[in-house]
Design a protein around this ligand. Structure first.
Ligand SMILES: Nc1ncnc2c1ncn2[C@@H]1O[C@H](COP(=O)(O)OP(=O)(O)O)[C@@H](O)[C@H]1O
Ligand SMILES: [Mg+2]
Length: 253
């Protein structure tokens, strides 16, 4: 099977603190992998290392066989990596469309400037692309709504659309179901199903075990920065070390 992402002997220390220790795992192309573990295990740090927010202390991160550890964060987007954050990063007073347009302009120095000409060119290809994407996910009714007025679950999915407008091959989601009610979680699930039908590979940090079980083929479990288990859900669930380290505290966050 082709490995889209391959992590080898990854280490990260902050000051003297070893947060990620000798971590290796693979994410096969077209699959969904969950990264789980207790609070503080190092999950978000792994995302920050993959997306280039932090430099690695040692180890390699390969996308389609190419080591990307020395690439600046913005160039990793060009390599097909996109992510959503634990806290939604949208501008509340701007409309859904305008937020998506800003997402298209992450590379520009002053992203807000670019909105001005767009207001006079409503049929610009980027606007059409953003609208088509909102329609594909059943969110057209919110096109011109200020993001700040939307229900949380819709905001979350607009944030996902922002992350996937560039058609990434790998989408990393940091606790996407956190704070969502049952029906919003189902909508999110459907949203991710559509992305998977398109062939997007998913790497998901999540505490909701039902959610993980229904989406992910593979689970990697971290504890104190080390991988303590990996495999299909049912195999990981019955692992002794995992129950001790993680499952007993899964609702602690
Ligand atoms: N920028 C940073 N500087 C220092 N310590 C950090 C930094 N980011 C994370 N950490 C520490 O790394 C550990 C793992 O954090 P994190 O990756 O956020 O865990 P998780 O996402 O699994 O809850 C924690 O002890 C946290 O305090
Ligand atoms: Mg985290």
């Amino acid at each position: 099977m082709t490995m889209l992402l391959s992590i080898q002997s990854l280490c990260k220390t902050f000051g003297g603190l070893e947060v990620v220790r000798d971590l290796s795992f693979d994410v096969p192309d077209g699959t969904a992998t969950a990264l789980i573990g207790p609070n503080g295990a190092g999950k978000t740090t792994v995302f920050n290392l993959i997306s280039g927010v932090y430099p690695v202390t040692s180890g390699s991160i390969r996308m389609c066989g190419v080591d990307i550890v020395d690439l600046p964060s913005r160039h990793r987007i060009g390599r097909g990596i996109a992510r959503s954050f634990q806290n939604i990063r949208l501008i509340p007073r701007l409309s859904v469309i305008d937020n998506l347009l800003i997402g298209q302009h992450v590379k520009l120095k002053r992203p807000l400037d670019v909105l001005r000409p767009f207001r006079f060119a409503r049929d610009h290809e980027w606007i059409r692309a953003a609208k088509a994407e909102l329609s594909a996910f059943g969110l057209s009714q919110y096109d011109d709504e200020p993001v700040g007025l939307l229900p949380y679950g819709v905001r979350k999915r607009v944030d996902l659309i922002r992350a996937t407008l560039s058609s990434p091959s790998l989408l990393m989601l940091d606790e996407p179901a956190a704070g969502l009610n049952a029906s919003e979680t189902r909508e999110l699930h459907r949203h991710l199903d559509i992305l998977r039908e398109r062939g997007t590979t998913l790497l998901i940090i999540e505490h909701d075990m039902h959610f993980i079980r229904s989406i992910c083929e593979q689970i990697v479990v971290l504890n104190f920065g080390c991988k303590i288990a990996e495999g299909p859900f049912d195999q990981v669930r019955t692992d002794q070390q995992v129950s001790e380290a993680y499952l007993g505290t899964e609702r602690a966050t």
